[in-house]
Design a protein around this ligand. Sequence first.
Ligand code: ZN
Length: 136
Amino acid sequence: MKVYLEEFFVRTSKRFQVVKITERVEKAVSKSGVSEGICAVFTPHATAALIVNEYEPRIAEDYIKWVEEVFRPGGGWRHDEIDSNAHAHIASSMIGSGRFIPVSKGSLVRGMWQEIMLLELDGPRERRVVVQVLGV
Ligand code: ZN
């Protein structure tokens, strides 16, 4: 089994933001030299999340609208007494910090409209993204 690990950083500029990272993950898969296997993408933060879906400006706004409506920033959460970001902790825990994507023929197996995105929930911050590729 071959194991490859790489990490990169994403600088966000807004409180809520959708950042497409597909190309950077694909590059890591390419550098790994793995042809058949699996790719784990993970962001080691409590107030960000990773999603896989379509990326275009309007749906990106819709993802943020959904986060705001469902997780209600400033919605009377207990943790807001500490640092006003309870919505981000809850959204991160429910949406998830990582994803697994199959690797075949040296590339990520994705649908035509599937992109990998970092979802900033309490920015602006610098976010770390870890990519681990396991080859058989
Ligand atoms: Zn907090």
